[in-house]
Design a protein around this ligand. Structure first.
Ligand code: HEM
Length: 191
């Protein structure tokens, strides 16, 4: 008798299952194993991720007026800049929640943006990544309000969105950012 036939005879004898049921259960066990393994990170991978994310958490810096275009630069792609996000035109420093908003984070798409509409609608649609809240219902505005309260409580407000700024303000702000970068190491907390 060939190996295949021997196996087909042995499976019901030893397991009480038909060969089809046996292989289905075996396949399911492999899938469950893979899924469960995927939920954990190997120690060496964890260290690699920590190294890749090696950045310094600095004290929030007040930026004052910022345009939407300028805000984009604070989306976490530059580790030397704070991570900023706006709600209803108010800009918050969300650097302490880099795991949410930093590159690769589940809410990275909100960083460097006014995400009011997306938050009100609980939407990840790129079209909703805007501060435009026209046409929202009362309940959607209420959801947005709750988000705003959460952000006011958890993060430091560092500025507000404006459509345009004067060139004097621009220079002052750049000087301020330069000063903070020069102060690196003083009052900054490595995490
Ligand atoms: C399956 C759906 C979702 C699940 C299971 C989920 C889960 C979570 C969890 C566990 C947190 C961490 C909470 C904390 O520790 O403070 C969180 C935070 C957050 N979620 Fe979701 N979420 C979901 C959908 C959404 C959607 C649709 C949005 C908006 C479009 C959203 C926006 C946020 C934001 C902005 C934060 C961070 C808040 C902060 O900075 O503290 N989530 N979510």
């Amino acid at each position: 008798m060939g190996l295949y036939a021997t196996m087909m005879d042995a499976i019901p004898e030893y397991t009480g299952l038909s060969p089809a049921a046996f292989f289905t259960i075996a396949a399911l066990m492999v899938v469950v194993y893979k899924v469960v393994c995927g939920m954990f990170v190997a120690a060496e991978d964890y260290v690699a991720v920590k190294k890749a994310n090696n950045y310094t958490l600095r004290e929030p810096v007040q930026l004052g007026d910022v345009t939407e275009d300028e805000l984009r630069a604070y989306d976490g792609s530059d580790p030397n800049k704070p991570l900023l996000m706006a709600i209803k035109g108010q800009i918050y420093d969300v650097s302490r929640s880099r795991m949410f908003y930093g590159p690769g984070g589940p809410y990275a798409l909100f960083a460097g943006r006014d995400a009011s509409r997306a938050l009100a609608l609980m939407s990840f649609d790129p079209q909703d990544l805007t501060g435009n809240i026209d046409g929202l219902s009362d309940s959607e505005l209420e959801v947005l309000q709750d988000w705003e309260y959460k952000f006011m409580e958890k993060y430091v407000k560092v500025g507000q969105l404006v459509s345009e700024r004067t060139s004097t303000e621009q220079t002052e702000r750049e000087d301020k950012m330069q000063d903070t970068q020069n102060l690196e190491g003083n009052g900054s907390t490595p995490i």
